[in-house]
Every structure is written in structure tokens, then in C-alpha cells.
Design a protein around this ligand. Sequence first.
Ligand code: KMH
Ligand code: ZN
Length: 311
Amino acid sequence: MANKRQKTIITCAVTGAIHTPTMSDALPYTYDDIAQQAVEAAEAGASILHLHARNNETGAPSVDPDDFKPFLGRIKQATDAVVNISTGGSLTLSIQDRIRPAATFSAEMCSMNMGSMNFSFHPLAKRYDTWKFDWEKDYVANSDGNIFRNTFKDIEEAATTLAPHGIKFEHECYDVGHLYNLKFCMDIGLFKAPIFIQFVMGILGGIGADIDNLLFMKQTADKLFGDDYRWSILAAGAAQIPMATTASQIGGNVRVGLEDSLFISRGQLAESNAQQVTKIRRIVEDLGCEVATPDEAREILDLKGADRTAF
Ligand code: KMH
Ligand code: ZN
């Protein structure tokens, strides 16, 4: 139940599609590095692994199922963590392309972005004079022209295509209005309770990452969904660990990982995804909460089970 104290689920978002190889040597992009960091994150306490793929040579974001396959199998062999496949993909691609990996591998979970928005990280371009790969600079600098398109029609197409797979959605809500979009979609039968909401805070184009906004998001979700939802927080950048800490104290689950922040503390790059998981796990446990195992996460979120995936 939304307000009942449950074990805290740690999600680790391992690589994403925002950061680029120039920004941190720790950002995994080869199949081997994504697999290894995902497994280490699970060993450190992440019960859900939110995964994007990248081109194995250049690190460019990819939604080609062939770029997922090499690491999905290895992760499944080495850990029982829940695999959550992104449908955000690379932000400017069509919904059909973005949902293909989740459908191909019939994941236990996948992301479901709940509204269209500006989604930009162009200010990062100014921080680097040289880039490791040709694609990076334009990709980052031109994100001020991005529209992250998730119309009601897109959401319906994703939901109906993925429904036969029994996939549980991580409903990514970047602002309060997205909660109302989600409520509308539930009312027309696209999604069934209990839903899992990710409050996404601190993206340029979405709600800011501060405690007032977190409480507003939670109060709005309480009003709209009552006991029919579980929630987690993802705060981008420097707010990642502080906001996750706050959320864990008011019944929220937490997401960390290099997709959302490259740092372990102010000004200091993280060495790995596992380092961030270890840090938030220690904080959560020190503050009196227990961390959920993958099977406990499956029970809390009512997941179909790893044996019903196609990888
Ligand atoms: N990169 C996060 C801000 C997705 O993968 O569908 C949002 C995200 C989107 O995780
Ligand atoms: Zn993602």
C-alpha cells in the first residue's frame, strides 16, 4: 500500500541515453561493460536493473534489440535481478522503435513515459572541449531542440502492444500533469493497479528536484491513486542521493545509476553504478529501512517472474 512501510526497492539505471562516453570513463557502453556493471549493481543491492543499449563501438544510444541481446543473457545468468527495459530509448525516435526491445525480450518490466515534453541536456555541451566520439557533441548540444514525444496515442500504442507480454510498467512522470495523464489512462483501462510510478525530478523540461515538489507529486498521486500505487524517485544530477534519501524516509523506493547522475558526491565522479547502489543502500539501511531482494520486489510490484521473459 502507498503509505504502509514496505522494504525499499533499489533500481539501478545503468547507462541511459543522456550521458556520453566523454563525460565519464565509468559510463558503460560496450556489451561487456553494461553486463558487468549491471551484475555488480545487483550484487550491491539493486533489485531492478533499468537498461538501455548502446552501440558497442561508439557508445551511441541504440534501440536495436541486437544491441540488448549480448548483455541481457549474461545478466540473467549471473543475477536474479528484475530486468526493466527502457522504452524511452533515444529520445527522438518513434514509439514503435522504442518499444521493440521490451516486446522482443518480453521483459518483466519496462519504462512507460507519461507525457510529451522538452527534454534537454544541452548545457552539458559547454563543459567539454574535446569529445571521444564524433556523434557526441551534436547529440548533446542539439538536445535543446528535442521534443520527447509521448502522446496519448503513443502511450496507447505502447500499452496495447506490450499488454500481451504481462510487462509491469515503470510509469515515468516528469511533472504533476503526467500523474493526471496516468490517471486518465487508468480510467480508460490501459493500465491496471497496482501501478508503479517513477517520480522523475530535475530533468530540464520537467519538475525541479526539491522536497516541496516531491511532496506535491506524492500528495497528488495519493489523491489520484489512493492505495493503488507504489512509487520511486529518480532525481537527476547532484540531487540524486539527497532526494532518494528523503524519499526513502516517506515510503518511497529509490533509483540511482549513471543514467541519472555521473557523480558519487558533489564534484566527484562515481567509479561505477555499484558505488552509487552501495551508497544509497547504506544510507537507507542506516536510516532504519530494509532493502528488498529481487523476489521481494517481484512480490511488491506483482511481477510475472523472470521465467516468463524471452531472453
Ligand atoms: N533518463 C531518465 C530521466 C526511459 O528510459 O524511458 C528517464 C528514463 C526514460 O529513464
Ligand atoms: Zn531510462
